[in-house]
Every structure is written in C-alpha cells, then in structure tokens.
Design a protein around this ligand. Structure first.
Ligand code: R5P
Length: 325
C-alpha cells in the first residue's frame, strides 16, 4: 500500500476567550481536559491579540466565548482566536457561543435595517469556523444563517430539573411572555402537564427596551405561572408580564430563562414582589452584585461538555434532547 499511514487518532483542543473563564474551566473539567494556554491581550488602542502557547496543528478545536458586555469586544476576540487556529492548521474549528451574539436582529422588521445575526454568522465563516454550537437561539432559523453544521442545544432539561419537584401541575400555568416563545413554552407545558397561556407583548419600534402588555390569552387566575423565556435583558418583558399575570389573578409567578443578560435595571426590577423566583443558567457571567436571594443560577457546563464530547466523538447531539424540540 502506497502513501503514509496515520493512526487516525484525533486531538481535542479547547480554547477560551476572556469573557467567562469560569465557564470554560468548568467545561474543561467536565471533559477531563485542559484548556490550551492562550496569550490574549488588548493593546492600548483597543486592538486584540491572541496566540496559543502550544501547537494546535491537526486538532479538532473548540473556541469557547461568552458574549456578555462588552459584546463587540468579545465577539472580535473570538474571531481573532478562530483566525489564529486556522492559520495554525487546526483541522476543524467549532465556535462555542452559548449565547449567540446579535440573535435578536434576525430579520428586517422595517426597511433599511440590518440582519446582524446573519452578519455574525458570516463573520464566523470568514474567520475560519467550520461549525457553531449555541444554546436556545432566539429564533431557530438562525441555524440557516451559517453555511455549515449548527448544533442548537436546549437548556430546557437543565431548567426543568429544577422545577419538576417544586411545581404542582394541577395549579400551574406555563406562560410565554410574547408570541416569539410560544413554541418553546408549548413544549414546557407538555413536559409539565400544565396549560399554556400567552402574553401579547408590544414594543415601540422607535423606543429600545420598552415593553407594554396588551392582553393575556389563556386562564391564569388562581394559578402559579411559570414564565419561560430565552433571555432576560433589561428585565422589562418579564416584570411587565408578571404584573399583568398578578393583575389577572395569578397566585404566584416563577421565571425560567436561559441567558441572564441582566442589563440595567434588570437586577433591581426583577426583585419586585410580583416575582417569587427567577431561575437562569450561567451561559453568561453573573457577578455577585447581580445576584439576589430569589435568583437561582444553574451550571450549563455539563450540557456544553456533553455536546462537545458528542461532536468530537462523531456521536449524536440530537439524542441528548430526547426529541425536546
Ligand atoms: C424577546 O423577544 C426576547 O425573547 C426577550 O423576551 C427580550 O429580549 C428580553 O428583553 P428585556 O428583558 O429587555 O425586556
């Protein structure tokens, strides 16, 4: 036989940006791997530099970054890290972006608007990414923005575990805080055996981050309402929804959300009396000063580590979710 025989062994390489080091360390620990030491720096003029301290040639590389504030800086850092991997001959590069940046700009709502979520996918591709892994995309169709495999993970099993023993389905209602989350809330309602209610939310397209609630579809009176959302940014969507639910006779409001963006004034208004409990994951870093006693933060590293393992081993990511969505 001519040619060079190879052993066929693969090498997993995990690298991380600087946005959320504890998440990357937890993922590495779950996988029993080490993060490749990386020299990442920001120069005085704001330019970012990254270099790996050991060879990544021929590797199956996963670039972990959490797109928290300042989001543009962390996105640029991840792009630069992908470029460095590509130029150092990594064989395959997977972007691990638990909270997909710019996901809410996924369509043109009005003329002359950008579709920034598509632009982000193009930037990942141009930098050299082969695949993307993300959790609870704001809209599932973002998967189609990237010309390559996108592993869309769901935090629902992690969040559900937290609620399954504490909520009584006979007095529970699962509530979607807007029309965009109805499909996901419907799956929650099936899983918990509780009815679904939907809030008709309105935003003024000319005023960012303002929300008004128009009406509630479904019966919430005398029920504990579980509000499920992909992300909490300023908290206004959730607080307005909770106020409306209470005004319509809800006896309690608990909240489950995947991405705790927690821009001001989220942590202040979410402590309102109309909300009994908020449960989120740590896809984004949540500093101590943004935590309070009725907030529960669940670790997302085990889910990401398992998905990375499945991708690396050519296993099945779909099987992790048992047809969850
Ligand atoms: C909206 O479509 C999203 O799912 C969230 O409900 C929203 O972006 C949260 O933003 P905020 O917390 O600022 O109301």
């Amino acid at each position: 036989m001519s040619g060079i025989e190879t052993t066929g062994s693969k090498r997993l390489v995990l690298v991380s940006g600087r946005a959320h080091p504890s998440l990357a360390n937890e993922i590495a620990a779950e996988l029993g791997a080490d993060l490749v030491p990386t020299d990442a720096r920001t120069f005085a003029n704001g330019e970012i530099y990254a270099r790996y301290d050991e060879s990544v040639r021929g590797s199956d590389a996963f670039v972990i970054q959490s797109h928290t504030s300042p989001i543009n800086e962390w996105l640029m850092e991840q792009l630069i890290m992908i470029d460095a991997l590509k130029r150092a001959s990594a064989k395959r590069i997977t972007v691990v972006a638990p909270f997909y940046p710019y996901a809410r700009q996924d369509k043109k709502g009005r003329g002359r608007e950008p579709i920034s979520a598509r632009l982000v996918a193009d930037l990942f591709k141009a930098a050299g990414a082969d695949r993307i892994m993300s959790i609870d995309l704001h809209a599932a169709q973002i998967q189609g923005f990237f010309d390559g495999p996108v592993d869309h993970l769901f935090a629902m099993p992690v969040l559900l575990e937290e609620f399954k023993n504490s909520l009584d389905p006979s007095t529970l209602a699962v509530v979607s805080p807007d029309m965009g989350r109805v499909r996901v809330a419907d799956i929650w309602s099936d899983k918990l055996g509780a009815p679904l209610a939907i809030i008709h939310k309105r935003r003024d397209p000319l005023v960012p981050n303002q929300v008004s609630v128009h009406e509630i579809v479904g019966d919430v009176s005398g029920r504990v309402c579980l509000l499920v959302d992909d992300l909490i940014d300023t908290g206004r969507t959730i607080v307005k929804a909770a106020e409306a639910l209470k005004a319509n006779g809800a006896i309690g409001v608990v909240v489950a959300a995947t991405h705790a963006v927690f821009s001001d004034p989220a942590t202040e208004i979410l402590q309102s009396d109309v909300i009994d409990r908020v449960v989120v994951t740590d896809t984004l870093p949540i500093p101590e000063e943004k935590r309070w006693d009725r907030l529960t933060v669940l670790p997302i590293a085990p889910l990401l580590a398992r998905a990375i393992h499945e991708v690396f081993e050519d296993g099945s990511v779909t099987s992790m979710f048992d047809g969850a969505a």
